[in-house]
Design a protein around this ligand. Sequence first.
Ligand SMILES: *[C@@H]1O[C@H](CO)[C@@H](O)[C@H](O)[C@H]1NC(C)=O
Ligand SMILES: *[C@@H]1O[C@H](CO)[C@@H](O)[C@H](O)[C@H]1NC(C)=O
Ligand SMILES: *[C@@H]1O[C@H](CO)[C@@H](O)[C@H](O)[C@H]1NC(C)=O
Ligand SMILES: *[C@@H]1O[C@H](CO)[C@@H](O)[C@H](O)[C@H]1NC(C)=O
Ligand SMILES: *[C@@H]1O[C@H](CO)[C@@H](O)[C@H](O)[C@H]1NC(C)=O
Ligand SMILES: *[C@@H]1O[C@H](CO)[C@@H](O)[C@H](O)[C@H]1NC(C)=O
Ligand SMILES: *[C@@H]1O[C@H](CO)[C@@H](O)[C@H](O)[C@H]1NC(C)=O
Length: 914
Amino acid sequence: MSLTIALVLFSLCNFSLATNEAYALLRWKTSLDKQSQSSLSSWVGTNPCNGWIGIGCSNSTKNRESVVTSIRLSNSSLKGTLDDLDTWSLTNLESLNLSSNSLSGIIPQTIGTLTSVKLLDLSSNQLTGLIPSSIGNLTNLHYLYLDNNTLSGSIPFELGRARDLIDLKISKNLLTGTIPFSFKNFSRIGRIDVNDNNIFGSIPDYFANYTHLEWLDLGRNNFSGVIPTELGKRTAFVQFKLFMNNLIGPIPKDMNLTKMEVFAVSENMLYGHLPHNICASGRLTQVCACNNRFSGPIPKSLKNCSSLFRVRLQKNQLTGNISDDFGIYQELDFMNLSYNKLYGEVSSNWGFCPKLTSLHMSNNNLSGRISGELGRATRLSELYLSSNHLVGEIPKSFERLSSLMKLYLDDNALSGTIPSELGSLYNLEVLNLAKNSFTGPIEERLGECLKLRSLDLSMNRFEGVIPVHISVLDKLEFLNLSVNNLIGRLPPQLGDLKTLETMNISHNNFTGSIPSRFIEMLSLTVVDVSFNQLEGPLPKMRAFEEAPMEALRNNKRLCGNNTGLDCPTEVTNQDKESKIVKVMLVILLPSLGCMVLLFVIILGIFFYLHKKKPNDGKRPEEIESNLFTIWSYDGKMAYENIIDALDDFDSKHIVGVGGYGTVYKAELLSKVYAVKKFHAPEDEKMHDLKSFEAEIRALTAIRHQNIVKLYGFCLHPRHSFLVYEFLVGGSLRMVLSDMKQAIDFDWKKRLMVVKGIANALSYMHHDCSQPIIHRDLSSSNVLLDSDWVAHVSDFGTARVLKDDSSNWTSFAGTIGYVAPELAYTMEVSEKCDVYSFGVLTLEVIMGKHPGDMLTSSLDMKGTSLIEILDQRLPSPVEEVAEQLELLVEVAFACLKISPHSRPSMREVTLGLSL
Ligand SMILES: *[C@@H]1O[C@H](CO)[C@@H](O)[C@H](O)[C@H]1NC(C)=O
Ligand SMILES: *[C@@H]1O[C@H](CO)[C@@H](O)[C@H](O)[C@H]1NC(C)=O
Ligand SMILES: *[C@@H]1O[C@H](CO)[C@@H](O)[C@H](O)[C@H]1NC(C)=O
Ligand SMILES: *[C@@H]1O[C@H](CO)[C@@H](O)[C@H](O)[C@H]1NC(C)=O
Ligand SMILES: *[C@@H]1O[C@H](CO)[C@@H](O)[C@H](O)[C@H]1NC(C)=O
Ligand SMILES: *[C@@H]1O[C@H](CO)[C@@H](O)[C@H](O)[C@H]1NC(C)=O
Ligand SMILES: *[C@@H]1O[C@H](CO)[C@@H](O)[C@H](O)[C@H]1NC(C)=O
């Protein structure tokens, strides 16, 4: 309305240039969404040069009138399209910057009328469609930035008409085709950045004629053929990035390297030598040439290249003596030389690189001792020296490497004992000393490396017994002590290794029986105890009972169903009752540790509780005696303590309200717990209480790093609740919906969380004697701890807690996560969880529930990563992006309509660990 009035007013007035421009700008403003309009509230009246935000003017040379020459509205939260931008009226515009907004739709052909434009920046929006061919009419264009959109099609030939182009950035789009021949016309071009598109063909020869080209980024495309021999002879590049293409052949000889800062040609099929004077500029920070077929020596000029920050030369055929080839670098962060043919020593130089965090030199021909000076590199977090010919001892000075997380020294000729100083490496997660000649006992102080996940001491000459100290490593997943000279009995305390998945103690001289406490290793799946002197019964757990013959053979007298020997029966009484007991043992014992029949039993109870009428004569006082608790100490006391700690469930202790329960935070005996209270069953009679108790007890015994620990359970007529481990990080849903937390929750952490969830599901589906189905997986019941590790909550309890009792068969899932087959069948299988996992994975990647995407498009395969990534995070780096892509692929497989075509969680975890 006001616009039409304004229009009438304009037509009455003397038509000036400025009012024309004003009209064009106001028309565009009204096409934007409400919020954008309010941020352009200064755009009123008829004179844009009079304080309109983002508008710049200057006096026209012709009639000395003020005209609009620039629009600078970068990062202004504008939402809308460019369709209504009347470019005909803005012919004096020299600069149009609308970058980092939420503009969508296409770039209109009319953009070609902005003939005065020198700078056009539409980067970081959501623009789609083609780059319009009319862009070639912008013959004054110097700077063109269209990067970080979803533009498709090929680069228009007409762009070559903008001969004066200096800077061209069209990276991070979906462009395809080849570089148009018209690019030959550019005479001033300084940067060409087409990174991350799908452009193919060869690198044009005429690029070599660009005398001002300093930045060339063709990375992450599909370029093939050789690098033009003349490229870089006339001009000196500052950044030269050709990584991740299909280029073949050598690096051009005599490249002018006097300005080089970033040289990245990784992941091609390039061969020949690297330029020997690669650091001629003295400003080189990054050299990435990994995964090619380069041979010959390490470039000479790297030795004194003090600017180096990251060097990736792994997986080539480089030769030479690394003790001579490298110097001391003040800025160096990352050095990877693995998988080459390098020789020489791990010299003291590396110890004097104060910022070094990763040093990879595996699979070379290194020899000599590891210099003790390496201990000075106190920021080192990864040291990979595997598969070389190193000798001597592990330097005691390693105790200073307090940041070290991964130490790989396997497959060398190292000797001596494990220095007790390694116990100081409290951040160590992986220690691999396999295939060396270490002797002496297993160092007890390794028990102080509490973050150890993997300990491999196999194929050495370690002697003595397994120190009980190992049993405190409560994060240990992999333990290999095989092929040593270890003796003595196996310490029963090893049963405390609740997270241990693989245990290989084969080829030693262990004696005695395998402690029955080993059944407490709840995660154990792979064992090998072969070639020892062990005897007696196998622990009653799957890992042993289903172990292949090879994993048990060549012992003294191991008995059990796989060893060929029956265990002698202790009870000789042959009457019926003892037979039944035996059968019961066979059935029940293997299920300890896992929840087994929990479902069936919970179902039974629930059915029973809810079908029976509530008022069949009993009074509350009688009900009181049916207090039922499971707790590691006196049940009744725990119940009362919790009621006390929560001031009888006072609302001030509430930390969350879920679909079927309220969560409280309880501080009890100076520990913090989460208490989930749900409606008490109306009936007091506990059907099959004993077995229910047994199974809940088993559930409380589950320890898996990605499953929320259940401490106890109280079923009481007044207050019934579950007591869980309290996790400070809150739920995944909360984190994703909070701007600040979502930003902290970076891609690496997100990958880790998804893997954690997959591990938890895989464990419950496949590593228990009967699969346990979660049934209600959603972002609300994935909780995070302070290290961003995911813990899945409410496993298998969905059914019990659902307080809508009208239809007990109704599925307890959360809308938006429930597999489609549940709409027409009640068949709950693991594959329902797999579906929910797929939804959850997309949610983590997108930062929000995928919503309509799940139902709207059947062929979600075509969805590209770039379209769905959580926009609040910076785009992921190369390796992470690859992993995310894999994840999206897996997620889509999990979302298949037919449950049978979805992968199992085991397949998912195997796929993700690639
Ligand atoms: C335009 O010209 C007017 C007078 O002719 C002068 O006052 C004003 O400062 C000039 N503006 C610019 C941006 O040069
Ligand atoms: C571009 O220029 C050509 C020739 O000058 C003209 O025919 C065409 O209409 C122009 N396109 C646009 C969109 O301005
Ligand atoms: C790409 O654009 C998005 C918004 O569309 C922005 O959040 C992100 O930071 C941009 N990425 C880069 C590398 O500029
Ligand atoms: C580069 O420029 C030279 C001289 O101007 C010319 O002879 C040559 O053909 C050009 N090379 C290419 C590939 O266009
Ligand atoms: C290398 O490039 C720089 C800057 O472009 C130039 O000054 C120098 O002369 C070139 N060197 C050679 C040998 O061409
Ligand atoms: C294993 O120990 C037994 C005695 O405990 C000894 O007789 C035997 O020689 C040892 N075997 C090896 C291979 O060390
Ligand atoms: C070993 O015995 C257990 C329990 O009796 C049984 O479940 C399992 O299938 C047996 N394994 C083999 C390989 O016979």
